[in-house]
Design a protein around this ligand. Structure first.
Ligand code: ARG
Length: 466
């Protein structure tokens, strides 16, 4: 930085840093994206400085006009970012002071330490709201897909072995539930992001009589009742980033859920399962094997989960050894935070789009779901209803399964006599257990994949998401 640069931090330095140091310490290459929030914060700060008499009326007006003009230039790509001005805060302030001499008063009782904490909070607040909207869209796509294929039944799996039949919609709604908890976590974190740190100065506030409440209100840092939310300790306010960690943690959980959904989609799209067909636009071919159609969107969603976890670990590690209060290390928070926000948003958006263009192969699902072994547990329940203990019923049906295996036939092809050769409790109605439709109609506990219950859950989600 030049000695008499309009935003030089003090007269203390005979010269600025060398190019290598400047390159090493700059953040403008990535924090420029905070520009809109930086300007919003400065406008509120200027309005407050005017109210407490630090800025004259005309000074406040020219500063605000100048900041808005800079905003327009940045928006239209005309603004020249200067790397030698280190970061977004100094770039904007320098540009302002060049045009408006009163700009030199804008930084009164403000430090980049509380300014950057403010910008990050303002930025993240918006980001969370946008992400919540994207997640709701994905939930709606899952519900629509479930409704469109509401009669489709597939095997449910444990250990990736066929377990019991479930409605395809039930499987999808499991993800709607997970995503709902992700939304709750993000909203919960939002309330801790939504606290105004401005007025904390570099570390110890200011001797000037700032109106922190006014700034908080101007910037929308209020709770549901409209009460202003202010940080209560200046040292905490400039140095903690737990709100960013929380977001990255909620993002990591979200990414994990998306990754599991992606994994299911990948399996279902394989020739082995063949349950779904993803539209060509969301797949890619192989450069070598002409027949290939690869589920890259789902694979990358699964793959990107790694970096989202990594961002969380980076932030936690970044913070753990910092002595109070602000340390330059904190500049390293941004890229990790931005990357989590960008990555999970893109994954949610692309998974939505892909699922919107996915079709279900009904015959293949029906064939898989018609495996009578999926209803072996129902056969044990049948015996329980006849008065047998479940432990014994489990054993008896195990013997029936072994018998069918030896006979080389599916369970439902056994005769009543064969069933009775294992246990006399089996009656004429035993074989009706293997009627899939009937079996699905019987699973109507809350949360179970029964016909009525799944319809009820679909309707509930449809209503909740509308
Ligand atoms: N670019 C810095 C950051 O991101 C802004 C705050 C700099 N403060 C300071 N005292 N050097 O953290």
């Amino acid at each position: 930085m030049k000695k008499n640069s309009p935003v030089s931090r003090s007269g203390r330095f005979a010269r600025g840093p060398g190019t290598d140091v400047a390159q090493f310490t700059e953040s403008i290459s990535f924090d420029h994206r905070l520009w809109a929030h930086d300007i919003t914060g400065s406008l509120a700060h200027a309005a407050m400085l005017r109210k407490i008499g630090v800025l004259a009326k005309t000074e406040a007006a020219t500063i605000s006009k100048g900041l808005k003009a800079i905003a327009r230039e940045i928006e239209t790509g005309k603004f020249k970012w200067k790397h030698e001005l280190e970061d977004v805060h100094m770039n904007i302030e320098a540009a302002l002071t060049r045009r408006v001499p009163a700009g030199a008063k804008l930084h009164t009782a403000r430090s980049r330490n509380d300014q950057v904490a403010l910008d990050l909070r303002l930025w993240l607040r918006d980001e969370i709201v946008i992400l919540l909207g994207e997640i709701a869209s994905l939930q709606r796509v899952l519900v629509s897909l479930g409704e469109k294929y509401s009669a489709v039944i597939i095997p449910g799996y444990t250990h990736l072995q066929r377990a019991q039949p479930v409605y395809f919609a039930h499987h999808l709604l499991a993800y709607v539930e997970m995503l709902e908890r992700d939304c709750e976590r993000l909203w919960d974190g939002w309330s801790r992001v939504n606290v105004c740190p401005l007025g904390s100065g570099a570390i110890a506030g200011s001797t000037l009589k700032l109106d922190r409440v006014l700034v908080a209100k101007l910037l929308g840092f209020v709770d549901a009742q409209g009460r202003p939310q202010l940080t209560q300790n200046s040292m905490d306010a400039v140095s903690d980033r737990d709100f960013a960690v929380e977001f990255c943690a909620a993002g990591a959980l979200l990414a994990m859920h998306l990754s599991r959904l992606a994994e299911d989609v990948i399996l279902w799209a394989s020739a082995e399962f063949n349950f779904i067909k993803i539209a060509d636009a969301y797949t890619t071919g192989s450069s070598l094997m002409p027949q290939k159609k690869n589920p890259d969107v789902a694979e990358l969603t699964r793959g990107k989960t790694g970096r989202v976890y990594g961002n969380l670990m980076s932030l936690l590690t970044l913070l753990k050894g910092l002595p109070m209060t602000y340390n330059r290390d904190l500049q390293e928070d941004k890229e990790r935070l931005f990357d989590t926000a960008d990555t999970v948003r893109a994954c949610v958006r692309l998974m939505s789009a892909m699922l919107l263009h996915t079709e279900v192969n009904k015959p293949a699902c029906l064939a898989a779901a018609s495996d009578p072994a999926l209803l072996a547990t129902d056969l044990a329940d049948y015996l329980v209803q006849k008065g047998m203990s479940f432990r014994k019923a489990h054993h008896v049906v195990g013997a029936v399964v072994a018998l069918a295996e030896r006979a080389g036939k599916p369970l439902n092809a056994l005769s009543l006599a064969e069933l009775r050769s294992v246990d006399q409790t089996f009656g004429r109605d035993a074989l009706a257990t293997f009627d899939l439709k009937r079996a699905m109609a019987r699973r109507n506990l809350t949360g179970a994949p029964g016909t009525k219950e799944v319809a009820k859950q679909l309707a509930r989600w449809r209503e909740q998401l509308s």
